[in-house]
Ligand binder design. Structure first.
Ligand code: 5RP
Length: 211
């Protein structure tokens, strides 16, 4: 079974966790892409929030109702992919430059479901760890954060500068605290255990669901 088929299997499993009337946070990326038609196919009445313009466009194409996040104080469930799933569990997210929105949506959701193909599971969290910087003073922030390098390409959906932490990650909690303490950092891509309720991983067609 291919990685793409495993992404689809995890996404389709997660679509079954959504119930009629729920307010749903939609993540970003190639694992979330097959989630959208799977959710639409269920024919539920849902109110959705998107974490990126790309997801919003795909969601509307399949007929999901997407509303501005300002309309909600909280969400019932959010479903999103990950770049790494490590012990803890800790995640690394932000390969698609949307981790700031994704973290806000995850924190607002009663249930945050991570979906992935098996190769995203790692023994240790490692570099690169995405970091979004406020554009104002980004050069000064980069100078202070010596292990952070600019990532070529577009800005984040909210016009933040995207960079990556490079170097050894001895302990994700310590690195998260270091990045959180830097004034110019909007958000980093480390998601800690307090955010995560469910992990759905498909490996060679076998779906593993951990709560
Ligand atoms: C976007 C993300 C994605 O969830 C992460 O990069 C995984 O993407 P994919 O499902 O395409 O492998 O964090 O900012």
């Amino acid at each position: 079974m291919s990685v793409e088929a495993d992404k689809r299997a995890a996404a389709e499993f997660a679509a079954q966790l959504v119930e009629d009337g729920m307010r749903v946070g939609l993540g970003t990326g190639s694992t979330v892409a097959p989630l959208l038609p799977a959710l639409a196919a269920r024919g539920l009445t849902l109110r959705c929030v998107s974490t990126s313009p790309a997801t919003e466009a795909l969601a509307r194409q399949v007929g999901l109702a997407v509303e501005p996040f300002d309309e909600f104080t909280d969400l019932d469930i959010a479903i999103d992919g990950a770049d790494q799933i490590g012990p803890g569990p800790w995640l690394v997210k932000g390969g698609g430059r949307a981790h700031t929105r994704e973290k806000i949506v995850a924190a607002a959701a009663a249930r945050f479901v991570v979906i992935a193909s098996g190769e995203k599971v790692v023994e240790r969290i490692h570099e690169p760890v995405p970091v979004e910087l406020l554009a104002y003073g980004a050069s000064a922030t980069l100078r202070r954060l010596r292990n952070v390098v600019l990532r070529p390409g577009p800005l984040s959906p909210d016009n933040g500068v995207i960079a990556d932490w490079t170097g050894a990650v001895e302990d994700p909690a310590t690195l998260a605290a270091l990045l959180d303490a830097e004034p110019g950092v909007v958000a980093h891509g480390l998601f800690g255990p307090e955010l995560i309720t469910d992990i759905v991983v498909s490996t060679a067609g076998a779906v593993d669901h951990r709560v």
